[in-house]
Write a protein that binds this ligand. Structure first.
Ligand code: LUZ
Ligand code: MOS
Length: 751
């Protein structure tokens, strides 16, 4: 089954916030943001801007009737700056004008005087100065100190991985319309409709029931709209509250790049100890997360770094610590993988150091330490239905790894100026929000009297095809054709108190709720059906738009069943609530069972390096991935390929750059390079691992959104191997992205 949005997407008919028909009296918003990264606001002169014809009003913190506070986890983020600014791009005021052009002109007329204060841009500097978001956290298993003493090999090292811009095709935006009696309706491009509703209610000082948030679909989110779609909606909502006229605000690309947070850069250090047999006996890591100027989701992201710090390996003695470091950058936020990739890069780097120093292939150490059934993760969860070894060995076997490796070796013997590198990258990613209370969802299903069905859930469609999966779930249980089922917009009035669409869990959580609601409907309809076909309830099934009795098609169609149910006054609507069973976590002990299950897989990556230029091509990425029993393999492979490309971009090309003043230099697509058709692998092969799936996955079809991003990490190590082939004096460095400039330096250093 295709993504149900395919046709309207291709025709340009799909609706996004910016496509909405707006009211004739609608006004346009524009944020005035800080031109300095840190300082005291001495004065702001709005007079010239306010005097400009067509400017309706300029809003500041003084216009907030509720709380000027949008921090989700920690209340440390003002909607609009009060007397200090803490990052370049921090919102200070909101200009509302008759057109976007007028708003832009007005913005240029605002005069601001800021007394500058010292700026911190790196996590290391923040740590030295004791600038933190909150207290550090540590996970502990066994005793690393004792274990290191008995290790044959002990190595230490440092790594850095840079941030990453989400670059959703659709920038942040919203359209806010006043309703009756002080209620408002917000159409927002958000992954978290309830987050927008809750925060806007707090800022406006009105109850949540007065705010309806509607989400049609997103032109991409990738985590960038989990929390950071909220401020724009709140600003426009404040304006609507005062003006009683609709306000629209779409950020242009420049503003979006400058004002929003990104994936967190991490500066990390590690210590790894191995036995003679290459068992990793002990692992320690310290992660310095560059959180930016406010908490946003940083504490949750830091937590996931700890959860994934040992990737798909079993290590008996582990000690990991993460610091959320407060700097003068825009608050960094959720990004596909949510701190997991940053953690996995460090353990892979540690293994690379060990392999290099001991003089064995990196894959030997990886292979010797893969997770097994009943092994314990450092956070206490016992690994079950583990696919780590199965994925690893089937990748090696199906893609003939030994042959590939031989080819690389003989190529390198024959060629002087081109070198190849090959790497294996296993993954294990935990599925569930790490914050247990967030793992729930609801579905509201209406069967209309003509037999057509409307499905509402808390799931936000952002290109990941969750609506298609929801449709498949409903259609399958009700036994009706796809054209009878419509996925409604995500709306807080129909489905309330939702968790954001995030953590790869949206299809699982909302799909289970759809399943429950459909099963309840079928329960009731079967009472009607059994009379219509004069048969026992338990012989009745639903298929192909008909009632089936003992697997045989009856003459009673779905439509006539629904018509009869109407006559009998049977309820044709159902609301269901799902909460993931089993999971729990005790933060005071840092132990528990936080994940419903894990997703596994292994990628084999081959690259070719041009040793004169430092440029490289990715020949192929060959993946065995644990989809469980995929309910839509086309969509799922699409997720693998997209995530892989995004992971490769993070590891190789995408270089976020702030100057020492805290100003974003990579502030356009001319200075920030994302993967394109020339930089993605020449071939990507994805083979589903044969498994039974998992009961907590929707239809046993495992979550797929984030895990494959981490296959991209393999590219770093394949390039590194090729550099080493050319320059034996190259000293391993772990400084992602491994841009061609850095590769070139590596090729010729110490020669
Ligand atoms: N968002 C969140 C996430 O709030 N909690 C999570 O655990 C998570 N994990 C991955 C991506 N987004
Ligand atoms: Mo997320 S990184 O919003 O799943």
């Amino acid at each position: 089954m295709k993504n149900i949005d395919s046709f309207t997407h291709v025709r340009g008919e799909s609706l996004f916030v910016d496509d909405l028909m707006i009211r004739q009296d609608a006004l346009f918003g524009l944020c005035f943001d800080s031109p300095k990264a840190h300082g005291k606001i001495i004065s702001i002169d709005y007079s010239k801007a306010e005097a400009l014809e067509g400017v309706e009003r300029i809003f500041t913190y003084k216009d907030v009737l509720g709380e000027n506070q949008i921090g989700g986890i920690i209340p440390d983020e003002p909607l609009w700056a009060v007397d200090e600014v803490h990052f370049w791009g921090q919102p200070i005021a909101f200009i509302v004008a008759e057109t976007e052009v007028i708003a832009k002109k007005a913005k240029a007329l605002i005069k601001i005087d800021i007394e500058e204060l010292p700026i911190i841009t790196t996590a290391k500097e923040a740590k030295e100065k004791g600038s933190f978001i909150n207290a550090p956290r540590s996970f502990n298993l066994g005793n690393t100190n004792d274990s290191f003493k008995n290790c044959k090999y002990v190595f230490e090292g440092e790594t850095f991985s840079n941030g990453q811009e989400h670059l959703y095709l659709e920038t942040q935006g919203c359209y806010v319309v006043p309703q009756e009696n002080g209620s408002i309706k917000i159409t927002s491009s958000t992954q978290g409709p309830t987050q927008v509703q809750k925060t806007a209610a707090k800022v406006l000082g009105i109850p949540m029931h007065k705010i309806e948030v509607d989400v049609i679909r997103l032109g991409g989110g990738f985590g960038g709209k989990e929390d950071q779609a909220t401020p724009w909606a709140c600003m426009a909502a404040v304006a609507v509250q005062h003006l009683n006229k609709p306000v629209k605000y779409m950020l242009n690309r420049h503003d979006d790049l400058r004002m929003t947070g990104k994936r967190h850069p991490y500066s990390s250090s590690f210590k790894i100890g191995l036995s003679k047999e290459l068992r990793i006996e002990a692992f320690e890591a310290e992660f310095l997360q560059n959180s930016g100027a406010a908490a946003d989701l940083s504490p949750a992201i830091a937590e996931r770094t700890l959860f994934h710090a040992t990737n798909s390996y079993f290590i008996k003695n582990v000690k990991t610590t993460v610091y959320s470091c407060k700097t003068n950058l825009p608050p960094n936020t959720a990004f596909r993988g949510f701190g997991g990739p940053q953690g996995m890069f460090v353990i892979e780097s540690a293994i690379a150091v060990a392999a290099n120093k001991i003089g064995v292939d990196k894959s030997k150490i990886q292979e010797a330490n893969l997770l097994d059934e009943n092994d314990q993760f450092p956070y206490g969860q016992i690994a079950t239905e583990v696919q780590a070894k199965k994925a690893w060995f089937s990748a090696k076997e199906k893609f003939e790894f030994e042959k590939l490796e031989k080819k690389v070796k003989s190529f390198n013997k024959k060629n002087k100026l081109y070198k190849k590198g090959i790497s294996l990258m296993p993954i294990a990613f935990g599925i569930s929000f790490t914050n247990t209370p967030m793992n729930h969802a609801r579905a509201l299903i209406h069967i209309y009297q003509d037999g057509s069905v409307g499905v509402s859930t808390g799931a936000v469609e952002m290109g990941q095809s969750v609506n298609t999966k929801m449709l498949q779930v409903a259609q399958d249980i009700l036994g009706i054709s796809a054209d009878k089922v419509k996925l409604e917009t995500t709306n807080t009035t129909r489905v309330a108190n939702t968790s954001p669409s995030a953590a790869s869990s949206t299809a699982d959580l909302n799909g289970k709720a759809v399943e429950m609601a459909c099963n309840s409907l079928i329960e009731r309809l079967t009472n009607v059906a059994s009379k219509m076909v004069s048969s026992d309830r338990n012989k009745i099934t639903y298929k192909d738009d008909f009632i089936f009795v003992s697997e045989k098609k009856s003459t009673i169609s779905w439509e006539s069943l629904i018509a009869q149910a109407m006559l009998e006054r049977v309820a044709l609507s159902e609301n269901a609530h799902y909460a993931t069973p089993i999971i729990h976590f005790d933060k005071s002990k840092e132990k528990g069972h936080p994940f419903a299950y894990h997703v596994y897989g292994t990628a084999i990556t081959t690259v070719t390096l041009d040793c004169l230029r430092g440029t490289y091509e990715i020949d192929s990425v060959k993946i065995v991935h644990d989809f469980g029993k995929s309910m839509n393999i086309g969509i799922d492979i699409g997720q693998v390929e997209g995530a892989l490309a995004q992971g490769i971009g993070w590891m190789t090309l995408e270089e976020i750059s702030y100057n020492s003043d805290g100003k974003l230099l990579s502030n356009a697509l001319s200075t920030y390079k994302v993967p394109d058709i020339f930089s993605v692998p020449k071939t990507i092969e994805t083979i589903p691992l044969e498994t039974d799936g998992h009961d907590l996955a929707i239809k046993k079809s495992k979550a797929v959104g984030e895990p494959p991003l981490m296959y991209g990490i393999g590219v770093y190590f394949a390039i590194q191997q090729a550099v080493k082939e050319f320059n034996p004096n190259y000293k391993l460095k772990f400084d992602a992205p491994f841009t061609p400039e850095k590769v070139l330096i590596g090729l010729y250093e110490n020669q």
